[in-house]
Ligand binder design. Structure first.
Ligand SMILES: [Zn+2]
Length: 429
């Protein structure tokens, strides 16, 4: 039989990682006779979820299991979660197994869990009616991600991540990877892998900064290059093992296209509109402006950690046509859209008026008086009919897509470097 076992919320802010729990559970399931029906799935859910620990990741193990051993496999997965989940520090894990036939019933839940906040009660009903087995601990909140991951639409799992795990003795210690070898790996495989190195900040991006079991993660659009990419790295500590996950990272799946009247807090949206106020830069280096469409207006924010992206936002002016991508937050002054990506659709043509140049010596002439023309102070040329000339201002900005710096980018956001099936302002919700 084919089963999809979703696992979620095993980590706390302090330790553990749901991918590690899933990878260990997968190895134990294999030792009991289960076969992989696919790579394990790493499914990113709504990045604005207030209950999330870090990246709001859930996992799913697609397995082919003989019905006679399913019970043993199920017990082993649940025991692995019990053993490894950080139960003392607030993890509320959930595990849920679904059949191939019941997966289409979960597709709507999956998309809602990526784009909105899902109520636990509705998920409990789904598990009661459709799960083969389910198990939860604490507040059972992990069942939401477990069922959503098991229902992930396969056509949305278009990228990969190789995750390498550390031996237990190294958890919480500094990660020993030679940065030079990361740049070398990026040079060789940068076309198929992404977010390996932040050259602006001179910083390795494949290692997390948390005390979790993950040593490194290599993200890619092509599964074939991953093990070779890993082999280029000079790693000065033992690897426990590595696992390649299929993911919905870097797909822009979390965005819904909205007009401003219908945006809601904790959603990620794409809105087309016009810049309605001049950008304001705060002393802390945050940039704010207003964007309006025919239905309303919103404050758009590019915060300091978004890097040089802010200076693009600061060059916008009233009347520019833009599509803004980001998450909607409630602030005391109203709804704010935290920018993740910006599409400058049409820059307004801005002109300044200047005194006309002298036709003889090309210097700017001086006005003689209102409607009395201009006179050249250098050669004395007078033109009583001369008027001011309009000159187009160089905006220092071109139309196109802009994104926040690598370190500020969320897992679901598609980097602009990955062009194919990239950002789309017109995709319907
Ligand atoms: Zn002159």
């Amino acid at each position: 039989m084919r089963v999809y076992i979703g696992i979620d919320d095993t980590d706390s802010k302090r330790s553990m990682c749901t991918t590690y729990v899933a990878a260990v559970a997968l190895r134990r399931a294999e030792s009991l006779g289960a076969k992989r029906a696919d790579l394990p799935w790493l499914v990113r859910l709504n990045p604005n979820c207030p209950y999330k620990t870090r990246g709001n990741a859930a996992t799913c193990l697609p397995l082919e299991v003989e019905p006679s051993v399913f019970g043993a496999v199920w017990n082993s997965v649940v025991e692995t979660v019990r053993e490894l989940a950080d139960l003392e520090n607030g993890a509320d894990p959930g595990v849920a197994a679904f059949s191939e036939e019941s997966r289409p019933l979960l597709a709507g839940l999956y998309l809602r869990a990526v784009r909105e906040l899902v109520e636990l009660e509705s998920v409990l009903k789904v598990c009661e009616s459709h799960a083969i087995r389910y198990w939860a601990f604490g507040e059972s909140r992990g069942l939401i991600g477990a069922a959503a991951a098991a229902g992930a639409k396969e056509e949305t799992l278009t990228t990969y991540e190789l995750l390498a795990y550390r031996t237990r003795a190294m958890w919480g210690k500094e990660r020993l990877i030679d940065p030079e070898s990361v740049r070398r790996m990026d040079e060789l495989f940068g076309g198929q892998t992404f977010d390996n190195y932040d050259y602006d900040r001179d910083e390795v991006r494949i290692t997390p900064h948390t005390p979790c079991p993950v040593l490194l993660g290599i993200r890619s659009t092509c599964v074939e290059v991953l093990s070779e990419s890993l082999s280029v790295l000079r790693i000065n500590e033992p690897l426990e093992f590595y696992e390649v996950f299929k993911t919905n990272q870097a797909t822009d799946l979390h965005y819904v296209v909205r007009d401003l009247r219908s945006i809601r807090p904790l959603e990620s949206v794409v809105v087309r509109g016009r810049v309605a106020s001049e950008p304001r830069v705060t002393p802390g280096g945050h940039v704010f402006l207003k964007v309006s469409d025919d239905s309303g207006s919103v404050t758009v924010a590019a915060y300091e950690p978004t890097g040089a992206f802010r200076w693009v936002v600061a060059r916008l002016t009233v009347g520019d046509e833009v599509a803004v991508y980001g998450s909607v937050k409630i602030k005391p002054e109203g709804l704010t859209l935290n920018l993740e990506k910006l599409h400058v659709l049409k820059l307004k043509e801005v002109y300044v008026e200047r005194a006309p140049p002298c036709p003889l010596c090309k210097k700017s002439m001086k006005s003689v008086g209102s409607r009395k023309g201009y006179r050249c102070e250098r050669c004395g040329y007078i033109d009583p009919k001369a008027t001011k000339v309009r000159k187009r201002v160089d905006r220092g900005l071109v139309e196109g897509f802009y994104e926040v710096t690598v370190t500020a980018r969320r897992h679901l956001v598609r980097p602009l470097s990955l062009k194919e099936s990239g950002p789309n302002d017109h995709r319907s919700a």
